[in-house]
Write a protein that binds this ligand. Structure first.
Ligand code: DHB
Ligand code: FE
Length: 286
């Protein structure tokens, strides 16, 4: 049976791709952010996942406002990136695992999540930047199952719905007969707003509250409506929905093992978190 080993959530700001291309990881502006990935690299080196299930939001590369699925699951053997217009290099493609994708899709529909299934799907910076951050050498040792959540065109799914979507994905992974080590990724956030009167808006206090509650008490956060979330975290801070889905998929005992929070990267409060998931309760110190 497949095992869910844990989750990583991270911002996906496109300019990170430019910083990587220009090798600016140690520049004073970028270092506090990139240094937050040292732990992630050692965790991934130790845990050796086979699969990354990635909750993210597409920003107009694959889906546009004319057709916007609330939840879409990739079922392709390969996911390509294309020029998105951010002035960053086009990313390498990511390998898919269609058999696992279809298992998840079947389980979700049986569980009353009527997802859009995508046998072709371009992945945008919300997938490629986190992948490049987690595996900086350009060699990605995992296959991915991308799951896109609409955070762009209202009405958006609620925090509760995304937590429950994650839980359904977690149950699906655990019932998959192949012996795979699966990690869950949630991308985007934390607080930011790119447009309108509040462009540049960041809310550190609310971000801290979200990160504090997410590991052990994600349910508390479901009392925020989408409009509350826009108000507290900014119009694009709603990308936190991807973090909630990631947390939902960790169906065992969850422990936070790493956190980094840095303001600003571009217009965003940039956060990274690593959660471990185990089926056994953590042993108390003697
Ligand atoms: C930025 C943040 C995002 O989440 C995004 O998708 C694009 C740009 C930014 O802060 O620049
Ligand atoms: Fe974004």
């Amino acid at each position: 049976m497949s095992r869910i080993i844990g989750g990583v959530a991270t911002t996906h700001v496109p300019s990170i791709g430019k910083a990587i291309a220009d090798k600016k990881q140690n520049d004073p502006y970028w270092k506090p952010f990139f240094a937050g990935f040292d732990y992630v690299h050692s965790w991934l080196g130790r845990e050796k996942p086979d699969i990354a299930v990635v909750f993210y939001n597409d920003h107009g590369l694959n889906f546009f406002l004319d057709k916007m699925p609330t939840f879409a699951v990739g079922a392709a053997a390969e996911y390509r990136n294309e020029d998105e217009g951010w002035g960053i290099p086009v990313s390498r493609a990511a390998a898919g695992d269609p058999a696992l994708s279809w298992h998840i899709i079947n389980a979700l529909v049986a569980d009353e999540f009527d997802v859009t299934m995508c046998q072709e799907m371009l992945i945008d910076h919300a997938v490629t930047i986190p992948m490049a951050l987690m595996w900086p050498g350009g060699d990605w040792p995992v296959k991915i199952v991308p799951i896109s959540i609409n955070t762009v065109q209202h009405p958006l799914p609620s925090l509760k719905r995304c937590l429950n979507l994650g839980r359904a994905v977690g149950r699906a992974i655990k019932s998959y007969p192949a012996d795979l080590r699966v990690m869950i990724v949630g991308t985007g956030g934390l607080s930011h707003q790119l447009d309108g009167k509040r462009a540049g808006f960041i809310n550190k206090e609310f971000d801290q509250l979200c990160m504090d509650r997410l590991p052990s008490d994600p349910e508390t956060l479901t009392r925020y409506s989408i409009h509350d979330l826009v108000e507290e975290s900014g119009a694009q801070g709603v990308e936190f929905l991807n973090w909630m889905a990631m947390r939902g998929a960790l169906t065992g005992h969850v422990r936070e093992v790493h956190r980094n929070y840095h303001i600003p990267i571009s217009n965003t409060a940039a956060a990274t978190i690593v959660l471990e998931n185990s089926e056994e309760p953590a042993r108390k110190a003697a």
